[in-house]
Design a protein around this ligand. Structure first.
Ligand SMILES: NC(=O)C1=CN([C@@H]2O[C@H](COP(=O)(O)OP(=O)(O)OC[C@H]3O[C@@H](n4cnc5c(N)ncnc54)[C@H](OP(=O)(O)O)[C@@H]3O)[C@@H](O)[C@H]2O)C=CC1
Ligand SMILES: O=C1OC[C@@H](O)[C@H](O)[C@H]1O
Length: 398
């Protein structure tokens, strides 16, 4: 297993160059020298025949230059006007926006106003209204806008959904999705801990858990049943961890049924700093989705980064709940796509969409709006309140 993981990671970090590169690849610019940019875009683009990272912009010229040099990016914009300069560059056709959440709306709107397609990091914005406005503008301008839920483009996620949708485990009776990391990964200065930048674990990680639960269920919540947040005095309004229970609509159940028959519970758990067990035993990241049905259950381990390692355990149960059969599946892609990262699959779809080809998978703005709507409702239920909407006026947008 260790060898297989190393082999896949090797290919992610040392991607093979495309065998027949396009003469006119989609030229992408990156807003911000963000930590996530290499893995989410720069490395995937290195083996995409029809995409190239052409420019990066950072608030500091030295940082922009160093980033461009390290990753082989031809142009580097730096200084206070750098992001807008990149948007004004006629050579750039699409933009990757990995800015802090609280800046997603402003710079996506500006990018769309500049006529660029946008691959936008998750969560799409601070409020559902901002998300709605961004997709409305993209539609009006005929531009592609995609919230970067990369996991959905990976064959493992698609297989997990297929098993649930096939009815193999019966009708869903509960779902649990967890995304949490041990203490020590995010320092106090991390953007994730800044309320004014749209921080909070249910924004950062909760957006995945919400998206994954909705994806696997093939349905949207009907209400937030409960939500509790762990907070720390150092970070007012930031949830270090959140546990939310939402009600999803059952397949069975009609208007005559009780609420517990009409819905089933979906538990979403997030955490930035899971403490060590017994105070000193290090814990592993908690990244899984579990779907329980009337005739079985499915566990998808590492749904957020399945290209590194994952398994999908599917169990069938009898009427008494006894396990009658179980199997484990793994999906890492086929042929030349074997071992592609989630981000590489995502880039393939994004470029296909921009080029007018039919992507292997896609989801639209309505999906992103719904996701953020329910994130907001969870924050309302925790009493921490929704994240602050942008106050920036976008020239040309009413
Ligand atoms: N898809 C995925 O797997 C992941 C997605 N993400 C998402 O990507 C985004 C960025 O995350 P990450 O790369 O970890 O963050 P970083 O802190 O590394 O990057 C954020 C970038 O934003 C820029 N920036 C602009 N204004 C500010 C400001 N006021 N404060 C701080 N930074 C600012 C900085 O760019 P500059 O260089 O100009 O200074 C910085 O490089 C988030 O939305 C996050 O949710 C994060 C990790 C994984
Ligand atoms: O994939 C992820 O896992 C860890 C998070 O903090 C990050 O932002 C997210 O995208």
């Amino acid at each position: 297993m260790v060898y297989a993981v190393c082999k896949r990671l090797y290919r992610v970090f040392y991607p093979l160059p495309p065998t027949s590169p396009s003469a006119t690849p989609l030229r992408i610019g990156i807003l911000g020298a963000a930590n996530i940019a290499p893995i989410a875009l720069i490395l995937p683009a290195k083996n995409h025949p029809d995409a190239v990272v052409h420019a990066v912009a950072a608030r500091d010229q030295t940082r922009a230059d160093a980033f461009a040099k390290k990753w082989g990016i031809p142009k580097a914009y730096g200084g206070s006007g750098a992001y807008q300069k990149l948007l004004d560059d006629p050579e750039i056709e699409a933009v990757y926006n990995p800015l802090p959440n609280g800046l997603h709306y402003e710079w996506t709107m500006k990018a769309l106003m500049a006529g660029k397609h946008v691959l936008l990091e998750k969560p799409s914005a601070d409020t559902a209204e901002e998300t709605r406005k961004m997709f409305e503008l993209a539609e009006k301008k005929g531009l592609v806008l995609l919230e970067a839920f990369h996991y959905r483009f990976h064959p493992a996620a698609q297989r997990a959904k297929e098993i649930v949708a096939s009815g193999e485990i019966g009708d869903i009776t509960s779902i649990e999705v967890s995304l949490g990391v041990p203490r020590g990964i995010f320092g106090d200065d991390d953007i994730r801990l800044k309320y004014e930048l749209g921080g909070g674990s249910f924004m950062d990680m909760g957006c995945y858990t919400m998206s994954t639960a909705r994806y696997l269920a093939g349905a949207d919540p009907v209400k937030v049943t409960s939500a509790t947040a762990d907070t720390a005095s150092k970070f007012p309004k930031i949830d270090i961890g959140t546990t939310a229970v939402l009600a999803f609509p059952s397949k069975s159940g009609d208007s005559e049924s009780s609420e517990s028959q009409r819905t089933y519970p979906v538990t979403l758990k997030t955490h930035f700093r899971i403490p060590p067990r017994l105070g000193f035993i290090p814990v592993m990241p908690q990244v899984y989705a579990k779907v329980v049905g009337t005739r079985g259950e499915l566990k998808f381990l590492n749904f957020a980064g399945p290209y590194i390692y994952h398994y999908i355990d599917a169990k069938k149960t009898d009427e008494k709940g006894n396990v009658v059969s179980s199997r484990t599946e793994k999906r890492y892609g086929e042929g030349e796509k074997y071992g592609w990262s989630t981000y590489r699959f995502q880039l393939e779809a994004f470029v296909d969409k921009v080029r007018g080809r039919t992507p292997q998978h896609w989801f639209d703005g309505a999906d992103s709006v719904t996701n953020l709507t329910w994130i907001e409702r969870v924050y309302e239920a925790t009493d921490l309140g929704v994240r602050p909407a942008s106050t920036v006026e976008i020239p040309g947008v009413i």
